[in-house]
Design a protein around this ligand. Structure first.
Ligand SMILES: Nc1ncnc2c1ncn2[C@@H]1O[C@H](COP(=O)(O)OP(=O)(O)OP(=O)(O)O)[C@@H](O)[C@H]1O
Length: 274
């Protein structure tokens, strides 16, 4: 696996002073479905530390969702090993998956009930979570009364209600218009900072991956394994705001990184198409 700086030049990663805690560790992972022609994932190694925000890119059909399902414990690997929280992970998809017959508040309360939260605490906790996603006023509304962006916010509140360390997000904003998507990206970053959750976020949108992920990972075309990684962490640090070096601002550096990653993603998609 190549590890590269935002400028795309490989660098050695220095040993951190205190060993960070791995919350997800996949070693030599492989997954073959019985009906499939060859492995979907093969020789995949990946370690994710507690509290990291990881964005995952890859061609359609390269196995991104399969990878999340393995991490969540919904699929068993056919090779290698998986270390992940025994409690599983909260998941969020393109469709909010809210129960249409329940109000937004009751959708969140149901997740709290399944997480074992006492009945007396659920209404208040659901309200807190709806406040966290800036929708305290929709608790009594049903999903059909909400916009697509609002439904995804309630879906996020419901995912957080599961009180799992790891949050897996599978293209959660891809059906939204560009402005709503931008707003929700910033909301997710804010909520990530507030909650300290470990997030793995699948997207086909490179700008979204660069905006959200501290680490941007590229899954190869089948069989899928992590072929490249970019570290955007330094550019998420508020100290990098106003950065100007070598005639390039922080924004220009991130734009350049987005172009570099787009180029690599196209190469992988091209390989897949052959
Ligand atoms: N339960 C299953 N049984 C059989 N094949 C499966 C199963 N789940 C996924 N696959 C196959 O595994 C391959 C990878 O699918 P997956 O959904 O993981 O890819 P993806 O990268 O998430 O794709 P996309 O970007 O289009 O959502 C596909 O060929 C798919 O048909």
């Amino acid at each position: 696996m190549t590890r590269a700086t935002p400028q795309g030049t490989p660098r050695e990663t220095s040993a951190p002073s205190a060993a960070p805690e791995a919350v997800i560790r996949l070693e030599n992972l492989g997954k073959t479905f019985v009906a499939e022609d060859g492995p979907v994932l093969q020789n995949l190694d990946l370690t994710i530390e507690r509290g990291q925000f990881v964005a995952l890119l890859g061609a359609s059909g390269s196995g991104k969702t399969t990878l999340l399902n393995v991490v969540a414990g919904l699929e068993e690997p056919t090779e290698g090993s998986v270390t992940a929280p025994a409690q599983g992970a909260a998941m969020m998809f393109q469709d909010s998956g809210l129960f249409p017959w329940l109000t937004a508040g009751k959708n969140v309360e149901l997740a709290l009930e399944l997480a074992g939260v006492a009945k007396a605490d659920r209404t208040d906790r659901a309200r807190e979570l709806l406040e966290l996603v800036r929708l305290p006023h929709v608790a009594d509304k049903r999903p059909h009364e909400l916009s697509g962006g609002m439904r995804q916010r309630v879906g996020l509140a419901r995912a957080l209600a599961q009180e799992r360390e790891v949050l897996l997000m599978d293209e959660p904003f891809s059906a939204l218009d560009a402005i709503t998507r931008d707003l929700l990206q910033d909301e997710v970053l804010r909520i990530w900072e507030v909650t300290g959750r470990t997030i793995v976020f699948i997207t086909h949108n490179v700008s979204e991956a660069v905006h959200l992920g501290q680490r941007v990972l590229l899954l190869s075309s089948r069989p899928g394994r992590i072929v490249q990684e970019w570290d955007t962490g330094p550019w998420k640090d508020p100290a990098s705001y106003g950065f100007e070096a070598g005639g390039q601002s922080r924004e220009e550096t991130l734009d350049e990184l987005t172009r570099t990653i787009t180029h690599r993603l196209r190469e992988e998609i091209g390989r897949h198409a052959r």
